[in-house]
Design a protein around this ligand. Structure first.
Ligand code: ZN
Length: 58
């Protein structure tokens, strides 16, 4: 994989497992998003996000 290539990650709420966001980040920068927080409409508050790599069938 070329250096600096961006990968799409789906962000899931750590509490209710609902998918709440999608982020494009480079593999090298992934560690910076470990503490990513997003508003979850189910929990009605900002929740820690668990990132999961988006699978593309191509
Ligand atoms: Zn939630």
């Amino acid at each position: 994989m070329p250096r600096g290539k961006k990968t799409v990650y789906a962000g899931f709420c750590t509490e209710c497992k609902m998918r709440i966001c999608t982020v494009r980040i480079s593999k090298a920068k992934k560690a910076d998003f470990r503490e990513l927080k997003k508003f979850c409409p189910v929990c009605m508050k900002r929740m820690k996000v668990k990132l999961k790599e988006e699978k593309h069938s191509s």
